[in-house]
Design a protein around this ligand. Sequence first.
Ligand code: SF4
Length: 231
Amino acid sequence: MIKGFRGTSVVDYPGKIASVIFLGGCNWRCPYCYNVDLVLPERLRELPDLSEEEVLSELRRREGFIKGVVVTGGEPTIWGRRLRGLLERIRYETGLEIKLDTNGSNPELLERLLEAGLVDYLALDFKTAPSRYEELGGRFEPVKRSLELLKGLDGRAEVRITVVPALVSEKEISEMMPYLEGIKRVALQKFLPDVPRLSPDLPGGYLAKEEILTLAEKIRSTLSTEVLLRV
Ligand code: SF4
């Protein structure tokens, strides 16, 4: 399950120095995904597994320096009970705060993890207009329910939108906007076109900073939401 570990990051957990744990596998195939090694089974098999013991001991070694742990993927929620077990160990054996990254495809599990107090910060990737989710190999219905969950979390959650020109333009943002109502924090992230992708046919290019600012303003003015720019 655990395929990677980064000891220190200052960009993955808002406001905290954190370690990052990468879980392998994903139930979707977003064309712009750059985590190819963590997603394609034939590539994933080549990556050695890390044990929970190893990772927990790395976390303990950084006690006092890191303040949080980010659990990311791939898509962490495909691991169900095993993900819960890992979060419980992090929570009870280190006391560190936990951020979970997700594509939102498993709202039932997210709800149970939140109820159990195992997630301090939830980041959900809202990838394109609902009508285009099938292009990612996913369905929007569960994502819609996950977005509803985020609304109750106030400052403990964010929706991230990676501005991939082929999937996120003004038209898609207009379709996404109603589902962002009530979300307290939205982060727009720049798409980096020069990294190897799951789909080599994905049209290249990226939006200029000014174009992303225009999208941010549209969201901010319509929804009164905090919009962070990671560009
Ligand atoms: S959900 Fe995330 S990890 Fe999975 S294919 Fe899409 S971008 Fe990659």
